[in-house]
Design a binder for this molecule. Structure first.
Ligand code: NAD
Length: 523
C-alpha cells in the first residue's frame, strides 16, 4: 500500500464528462486523516445511537424534506458530474433516495424493536428470549460513480437510522455529489462526525478498510471487490459487496415484441449503459428474433445523444474515455468475430471525447467478450435461442449473477423460468427498475457480490444480532446441571422418547420414564 506521504500528495478531479470542464480538484484524504475521521465517528456514534429510533427517524424526515426542496439543484449537480440526463438524475437518484428515506422512516422503529423468540423445546420452557438489533458502530461505505447519489445515500440512510456512524469514500469522479449529500444530512441535524465524507482514490478506500471501522459496504467492480475482500478477510471485517453484473434478458416466443424492444433499448442505454443492472446480454427466441432486432434498431436510431442538461437528450456521455474504450473494444471484438453491428458502433467525436453511439449488435456468441465481460456502455448485444432450456443455460453461463429479466405474455411461464436463473433478482416483463423499489433487496450471487442493500435485508446488514435470554424461574436449578448417574440417564432417554418417539404409546411410556426429572436434586 502507498505510504502516507504518497497518499497526501495525490489529487483527484471532478470533471463534467459532457464538456471536459474541471469542476473542482481535491486532495485525497491521507491514511492519517482517514484514521482521525474514523476515531471521531467512533466517539460520536454512542450519542447518536442513544438518541433512539424516533429521534433519528425525525432527522431522516427533515433530510427527506430538504432533499425534496432541493431536488432540481441536486439532479443538475448529478448530471454535471456524472453526465446522465437530468430526468434520469431525478428518477434514478433523487426519487430513489426520497423513497429510501420513506422506507427507513416507516420501518426503522419496528425493525429495531426487540423481537421475541418463541420456542418449543420443552426442556427450555423456563427460557424467554428475544433478538436485539444493535448498531455495528462505524460503517465504512465505498461507492462508485455511476449512481453517485442513490448508492451511497441509500446505504448511508440505512446505517444512520439503525444508530451507526458512517464514513463515506465516494468515487474519485463524483466527490461533489457526495459532499452535497453530507451538507443535506448535516442541515437535517445529523452531527458532522456521525456522517463524514473522505474524498480520495483507491488508496483512500484501502485506508478505510484498514482503519478501525466495524463493517464495510462496498459497491464497485468485481476486480476491486476481490481486493477489498482479501484485506477485509485478514481481520474478519464484515463486508457487503455489491459488484458488477452481466444481466441477461430473455425474450420468449410469446413476448410482446413492441414492449420488449422498448424495454431492451431503455435497459441497455439508460445512463449510457453504465448501470450494474443494465441489460448486457439479450437472448431472443428464433421466431420473433428478426422482428425484435428490427424494432430495437428503429428505436435506437431515434435516440438523441447529447449533454444531459439538455432536456432533449436521451443518452448522455460515458464517465470517461477509459470506460468508453472498454465498450468500444467489446464491439470491435464482436465485429471481428462475425457479429453484425446494426446501428452505432462508433464514437461521436463531434459531441466530445466521452460520447459513444448507442449500439445494437446482432448474432453475437458466448465466445465474444461482449457476452462474457461487463461492457458498462451503451451496447445491446442480441443472440438467438431455440428453446426455454437453451435460454436458461445461456443466461446461467456467466460468472456474474446480479439480475435478469424474462419477457413473456404468460406470467406463470415467466416466473417458472425466473426461478431457474441464478441471480439476485429477476424481473418478469421489465428490467433494471426494481432498484427503485425500496422494499426490494438488492444484491447479487456468484461474482456479483455478497449480502444485500435496500429493504429489510439491507437494514439487517447494518446491525449486530444479539440473543438475550432471561430465565423465568431464576431460583430453579436446571435439570441438565450436574447430578448425573444411572437414573438421570434413564430419565433423559424417557424424555427424548416423550418428545420424539413415533406413536402415542411410546411417548406415554417416555413420559412415565422421565417423570421425576424436574424434582430430581442437582448439585
Ligand atoms: P471501482 O471498483 O473502480 O471503484 C469503486 C470504488 O472503490 C471507488 O470509490 C474507488 O475509488 C474505490 N477503490 C478502488 N480501489 C480500491 C481499493 N484498492 N480499496 C478500496 N477502495 C478502492 O468501480 P467503479 O468503476 O467506480 O464502478 C463501476 C463498477 O461498479 C461496475 O463494475 C458496476 O457494475 C459496479 N456497480 C455495482 C453495483 C451493485 O449494486 N451491484 C452498483 C453500481 C455499480
Amino acid at each position: 500500500m502507498a505510504t502516507d506521504l504518497q497518499i497526501a500528495a495525490r489529487k483527484v478531479a471532478s470533471t463534467n464528462p459532457s464538456t471536459g470542464e474541471t469542476l473542482r480538484e481535491f486532495e485525497c484524504a491521507s491514511e492519517a486523516e482517514v484514521q482521525a475521521a474514523v476515531a471521531r465517528a467512533r466517539a460520536a456514534q454512542p450519542k447518536w445511537s442513544e438518541l433512539g429510533a424516533r429521534r433519528r427517524v425525525a432527522t431522516l424526515h427533515e433530510f427527506q424534506n430538504l432533499l425534496h426542496k432541493k431536488k432540481s439543484d441536486i439532479a443538475r449537480l448529478i448530471t454535471r458530474e456524472a453526465g446522465k440526463p437530468y430526468v434520469e438524475a431525478l428518477l434514478t437518484e433523487v426519487l430513489v433516495v426520497l423513497d429510501a428515506a420513506r422506507f427507513c422512516i416507516e420501518n426503522a422503529y419496528s425493525f429495531l424493536r426487540d423481537e421475541p423468540v418463541p420456542h418449543r423445546n420443552l426442556a427450555m420452557k423456563t427460557k424467554a428470549g428475544r433478538i436485539l438489533r444493535e448498531p455495528y458502530g462505524v460503517i465504512g461505505v465505498i461507492s462508485p460513480w455511476n449512481y453517485p447519489f442513490s448508492i451511497p445515500a441509500v446505504e448511508t440512510l440505512a446505517a444512520l437510522v439503525t444508530g451507526n456512524a458512517v464514513v463515506l469514500k465516494p468515487s474519485e469522479f463524483t466527490s461533489l455529489v457526495a459532499l452535497e449529500l453530507a451538507s443535506l444530512l448535516q442541515a437535517a441535524g445529523v452531527p458532522k462526525n456521525v456522517f463524514q465524507v473522505l474524498v480520495g482514490d483507491g488508496a483512500t478506500g484501502a485506508a478505510i478498510i484498514n482503519s478501525e471501522i466495524d463493517k464495510l459496504i462496498f459497491t464497485g467492480s468485481v476486480a476491486t471487490g476481490k481486493r477489498v475482500a482479501q484485506i477485509a478477510a485478514a481481520r474478519l471485517l464484515p463486508i457487503v459487496l455489491e459488484l458488477g453484473g452481466k444481466d441477461p434478458m430473455l425474450v420468449l416466443d410469446d413476448a410482446d415484441i413492441e414492449t420488449a424492444s422498448s424495454g431492451a433499448v431503455w435497459g441497455a442505454f439508460a445512463n449510457a449503459g453504465q448501470a450494474c443492472l443494465s441489460v448486457e446480454r439479450c437472448y431472443v427466441h428464433r421466431s420473433p428474433y428478426d422482428r425484435f432486432i428490427k424494432a430495437c434498431v428503429t428505436k435506437t436510431k431515434r435516440l438523441r445523444v447529447g449533454n444531459g442538461l439538455d432536456a432533449e437528450s436521451d443518452v448522455g456521455p460515458m464517465i470517461h474515455e477509459r470506460q468508453l474504450r472498454i465498450a468500444e473494444s467489446h464491439v470491435e471484438d464482436a465485429r471481428a468475430r462475425g457479429a453484425r453491428v446494426l446501428v452505432g458502433g462508433s464514437r461521436l467525436p463531434g459531441l466530445g471525447p466521452n460520447f459513444y453511439a448507442p449500439t445494437v449488435v446482432a448474432d453475437v456468441t458466448h465466445e465474444m467478450r461482449i457476452m462474457r465481460e461487463e461492457t458498462f456502455g451503451p451496447v445491446l448485444p442480441i443472440m438467438q435461442f431455440e428453446s426455454d432450456d437453451e435460454a436458461i443455460r445461456l443466461a446461467n453461463d456467466s460468472e456474474y449473477g446480479l439480475a435478469a429479466s424474462v419477457w413473456t405474455r404468460d406470467k406463470a411461464r415467466g416466473e417458472a423460468l425466473a426461478r431457474r436463473i441464478t441471480a439476485g433478482s429477476v424481473m418478469v416483463n421489465d428490467a433494471v427498475s426494481c432498484f427503485g423499489i425500496s422494499e426490494a433487496p438488492h444484491g447479487g450471487v456468484k461474482s456479483s457480490g455478497l449480502g444485500r442493500t435496500h429493504g429489510r435485508l439491507g437494514l439487517e446488514e447494518m446491525v449486530r444480532i444479539k440473543y438475550l435470554d432471561s430465565d423465568r424461574l431464576p431460583g430453579m436449578k436446571k435439570v441438565w446441571w450436574y447430578g448425573y448417574g444411572e437414573s438421570f440417564s434413564r430419565q433423559m432417554e424417557g424424555f427424548l422418547d416423550l418428545m420424539f418417539a413415533r406413536g402415542l404409546g411410546a411417548r406415554m411410556r417416555g413420559a412415565l420414564r422421565s417423570a421425576g426429572i424436574v424434582t430430581k436434586g442437582k448439585l
